[in-house]
Design a protein around this ligand. Structure first.
Ligand code: APR
Length: 331
């Protein structure tokens, strides 16, 4: 019965509305790929680079990507090592530290609350959408995302194709998570504000050291409902290891066969182990394409012969350079 039905369906003569629908789809497809054979002239990418990259991308089966803070700059978020990085005069990495959290959890919670609010209010940009589309189009695509801003999650990035190696701002866990004894495995998803005490004042910017931090008692910080210890952001603090389950997923990909292409997008590539995925991909045969405002002069992010370098804002360059496979995205 099933077989007969299916045969009947495939041998049915196309009606005029089928034809109209097909014509509409063809028109939409044409529009989606209009202008995809040349780079956007405003980006200053040579036709030669555009063509060689597009051909390589189209032929690539296994594509690896390393994503960093530059990806979200067009969404209005600060990087970790850029000129706008300081919070009350502190380096972000000095506040993203288990010892500092232990000594001054109020300050660290204010820092993360402000980051959380910024990320929650930010919108994903064309590069986030383009990468999610590439991940859906290429079965063999896998991204290591260093960003904790949640923007890749908000563009329906297929989660089996991405590892959030530094955690996320939108989750909290018990600070006894990694304790040797009496380890507590509580964790939970959150949105800004984590609780009413950590609501940012409306008219002042607490990232400015001249502004007094609103007073919050340690007892007003979020506490674990299971063991009553302090809760902390579910991010990988400096000096902490990437969760083993994620490292295993990444190695499953890198050891799963030759890699055709590595995309290094908006990262200074100085934080380990993430930066080491560049030489790992090279060793697996990958050609490397960098998308950044500036070339790095430090290994392992330094350009080599045969690499591509696409200079400019990632939201523009990434979407434009991927259009040979995914069509035009939001520009
Ligand atoms: N488009 C593309 N790249 C950009 C843009 C932009 N609009 N703006 C800045 N960049 C580049 C910078 O030139 C720099 O190379 O993005 C990179 C940002 O580097 P970092 O600030 O070091 O951020 P990231 O590489 O993501 O840091 C890695 O370090 O502090 C930790 O855990 C934190 O995940 C973070 C990790």
């Amino acid at each position: 019965m099933d077989a007969i039905d299916r045969t009947a369906k495939t041998s049915r003569k196309p009606t005029s509305s089928d034809k109209k629908l097909d014509a509409l789809k063809a028109k939409q497809q044409k529009r989606k790929f209009r202008g995809t054979s040349t780079p956007d002239p405003s980006l200053n990418v040579s036709l030669e680079d555009f063509t060689s990259f597009t051909q390589h991308l189209q032929a690539s089966r296994r594509i690896f990507a390393l994503l960093g803070a530059g990806l979200s700059v067009a969404s209005g978020l600060a990087t970790f090592r850029g000129s706008d990085r300081l919070w009350r005069g502190h380096e972000p990495q000095d506040l993203s530290d288990a010892q500092v959290f232990f000594e001054d959890p109020v300050k660290v919670w204010w820092f993360f609350s402000q980051r959380m609010m910024g990320a929650q209010e930010a919108e994903p940009n064309a590069a986030h959408f383009a990468l999610a589309k590439l991940a859906s189009a290429k079965e063999g695509f896998f991204a290591v995302n260093q960003n904790i801003d949640g923007l890749c999650e908000r563009v329906a990035f297929p989660q089996s194709h991405i590892a959030q190696v530094h955690g996320t701002l939108f989750s909290i866990k018990c600070s006894k998570y990694q304790a040797e004894k009496d380890k507590c495995d509580y964790e939970s998803e959150v949105t800004y504000p984590v609780n009413e005490h950590l609501t940012l004042p409306q008219d002042i910017d607490i990232s400015d050291a001249k502004v007094a931090l609103p007073e919050v008692a340690r007892s007003d910080l979020p506490h674990c409902p299971k063991c009553n210890n302090l809760l902390r952001p579910n991010v990988v603090f400096f000096g902490e290891a990437t969760p083993l389950s994620l490292t295993e997923r990444i190695y499953q990909f890198t050891l799963g066969g030759p890699i055709d292409l590595m995309l290094v997008i908006g990262t200074s590539a100085v934080v380990l182990p993430a930066a080491m995925y560049i030489p790992i991909a090279r060793n697996a045969g990958a050609r490397v394409a960098f998308f950044n405002m500036e070339e790095s002069d430090e290994e392992p992010g330094r350009l080599q012969d045969g690499d591509w370098f696409f200079k400019g804002d990632a939201s523009e360059t990434v979407a434009d350079m991927l259009k040979g496979v995914i069509g035009n995205v939001g520009r």
